[in-house]
Design a protein around this ligand. Structure first.
Ligand code: AHR
Length: 631
């Protein structure tokens, strides 16, 4: 196949072509990228997930019980754990936490704290130990500052003396029973963090964050997904309950089968944006819950007001009431906020009446109020024009194609007809169903798989070809804790043990495409795909030619030769070709249980042929990026 990339024409593409979308699904937040190691650290529950002492165990017979004291640590955290000295009066008593399916323990600095109420004279010992051998991996003594009727915070650093051989470890706090004056002590908000990404307090797990940063993401869409909507009208994601000291965060019943702490709250998401230089795409609640209930038009006003307050908290200067609140939390400088999305998938939950209410009044109420106060904000509706919604420009839409790989192939031209009045974010996409399967009537694919990734590459190429109208795209969900998950096809699988973090086939495809950005796309001849080759061409910020191509199913299964000419390229020019294929065929996948990687990456420096072309071959089911200017 001969392809010419013309040197003139084309369009400037979006500045944020690829990004990340985060929600607490699959323990992606608590027990995931949020680096807290202690599970059930604050004994919070809800109507859906009762308060309990789960994940806590007594040491040396200490009697553990839940208490709702008349003087709780805070109104947000009303329950606490009472630790009573038992009759045998063992010298050292206490409690241990099993973490989120274990804890990664290495010779590095852990930062911890806990609140205690009650009189105790002596030292507390905080330690990390193997759950199998009980061997201590590291410990520290903390002098008690505790007082009879007061909650007193104790902070400590703990550096283990050795790396644990696996993540089957626990964290314990013990103390001398003899020093306890009134028979028991109360504990709450017991927290332990390993070093975090960019050393943020209350920050992100570094190995996962680094894997995301390596994708060259440009935006972060948060806090969901369905997690934004909440399970019912009483429990949407409430931004103002996710800010400030951890003791003032009540957490909430998540929509994915567990209580969430909201330790990863609005400010932490914005810090994440700062640390990876991402544009926040802030999703505000649009008055629709996942059970399909929605707010009536007459009752919507306070929620619109609340969204404006949230936006003011993020980007208002500190003379504004909510900017002042932000400043009081230690963030005097406003964040940049250019993108606000109204809701999540409002076409889905509660359809048809929930969706009708969105089109009738919910979207307009938020859109009008936001544009009036912040004309520069790009408002995004949670459905797209592909979801049967007419979106009033300049508002954009959000499209979520979870598909069979063949669908991406068949829908390659889907975006070609978008006009500049149809700006579209792809806030979630992924191959999730096998070709020829029964889509949502069947399960999700157990892991991202190679042909799924090639389908995604075709999809990504289709967005880049329309990069002046597609705001950006993100795979979703991006994380799956292998110990508890609801959604199987995710970009990265992980466990407590950082050695088990697995980058899926889709991760590798996404990375190749997202780390070679095109800032202006260029016309090609042929102008569109051939039967199996899908491609986009353009220029990078520094003027290099960039060509991205995927080869899907060929009829003869033979590699397709490509002769690629960049108009205007001088004799002697070179190009770097990076090609991805699978060592395990179309159904190959990276299995966290095996720690394998079926994605084969080949790089080659190509020289211009006598005909002024770069010559290479695209095997069946392959993805490649070529960049001129190598060598
Ligand atoms: O990404 C998983 C879920 O898929 C999201 O929560 C929701 O927006 C979509 O339906």
């Amino acid at each position: 196949v001969e392809i010419v990339v013309h040197s003139k024409g084309g369009n400037k593409t979006s500045d944020i072509p690829y990004g990340l979308m985060h929600e607490d699904i699959n323990n992606a937040g608590d027990g995931g990228i949020y680096a807290e190691l202690i599970r059930n650290r604050a004994f919070r529950g809800s109507s859906r997930y009762p308060v309990s002492l789960a994940y806590w165990a007594s040491i040396n017979g200490a009697a553990l019980s839940l208490k709702n004291l008349s003087t709780p640590l805070s109104s947000a955290l009303p329950s606490s754990m009472n630790v009573a000295v038992n009759s045998t009066k063992s010298k050292s008593i206490g409690f241990a936490n099993a973490g989120f399916w274990g804890m990664d323990v290495r010779k590095q600095k852990y930062t911890g704290s806990f609140y205690v109420r009650g009189s105790y004279e002596g030292f507390f010992t905080a330690s990390l130990q193997s759950a199998i051998t009980n061997n201590t991996l590291g410990s520290v003594k903390i002098e008690s500052k505790s007082k009879k009727d007061e909650w007193v915070q104790h902070e400590f650093n703990l550096i283990p003396t050795k790396d644990a051989t696996n993540s089957n470890n626990t964290f314990a706090i013990t103390f001398d029973a003899a020093g306890v004056k009134e028979g028991s002590l109360d504990f709450n908000l017991i927290s332990l963090f390993p070093p975090t990404y960019k050393n943020r307090e209350n920050g992100l797990r570094p190995d996962i964050a680094e894997a995301f940063a390596a994708l060259n993401p440009k935006f972060l869409r948060f806090p969901g997904g369905n997690a934004l909507e909440g399970p019912d009208l009483a429990n949407p994601w409430k931004w103002n309950e996710t800010i400030g000291p951890l003791k003032d965060r009540p957490g909430r019943p998540g929509v994915w089968g567990y209580q969430t702490s909201d330790g990863l709250g609005l400010v932490e998401y914005l810090n994440w944006c700062d640390d990876m230089e991402l544009e926040p795409i802030l999703a505000i609640w649009s008055g629709l819950a996942l059970d399909g209930a929605y707010i009536n038009e007459t009752d919507l006003g306070p929620w619109v007001e609340d969204a404006l307050n949230e936006i003011e908290f993020v980007r208002g200067d500190s003379s504004t009431p909510y900017g002042k609140l932000r400043a009081s939390l230690g963030y005097p400088e406003p964040w940049k906020l250019k993108y606000v999305e109204v809701g999540n998938e409002d076409w889905l939950a509660g359809a048809p009446s929930g969706y009708q209410s969105y089109m009738d009044y919910r979207f307009n109420a938020f859109n009008t109020a936001i544009k009036e106060k912040y004309p520069d904000i790009q408002v995004i509706a949670s459905p797209s024009v592909f979801d049967n919604m007419t979106i009033p420009a300049p508002a954009a839409g959000d499209y979520h194609p979870y598909r069979q790989p063949n669908d991406y192939y068949a829908e390659f031209h889907k975006f070609d007809h978008l006009t500049s009045d149809n700006l579209t974010l792809v806030g979630e996409f992924a191959s999730v169903h096998p070709n020829g399967g029964i889509d949502w009537a069947g399960g999700l694919h157990p892991f991202p798989w190679w042909i799924g990734g090639v389908g995604e590459a075709i999809f990504m190429i289709s967005t880049e070809r329309n990069g002046d109208r597609i705001i950006g795209s993100t795979y979703a969900p991006i994380l799956r804790n292998m110990n508890r998950w609801q959604w199987s096809a995710c970009m990265i699988e992980f466990e407590a043990d950082v050695k088990k973090t697995t980058l899926s086939t889709s991760y590798h495809v996404f990375k190749l495409i997202s780390t070679n950005p095109i800032t202006r796309n260029l016309p090609t001849t042929p102008g569109t795909n051939t039967s199996s080759l899908f491609f986009v061409a353009g220029r990078s910020e520094d003027g290099k030619g960039v060509f991205k191509i995927a080869n899907y199913n060929t009829t003869d299964h033979e590699p397709v030769p490509v002769s690629l000419r960049f108009e205007g390229l001088e004799k002697g020019a070179k190009a770097e070709l990076t090609l991805l294929t699978s060592s395990d065929g179309p159904f190959g996948y990276n299995d966290p249980a095996k720690g394998n990687n079926v994605v084969v990456m080949t790089t080659k420096t190509l020289s211009l042929s006598g005909n002024g072309t770069f010559e290479f071959e695209m095997p069946e089911l392959s993805v490649a990026v070529l960049e001129t200017g190598a060598g």
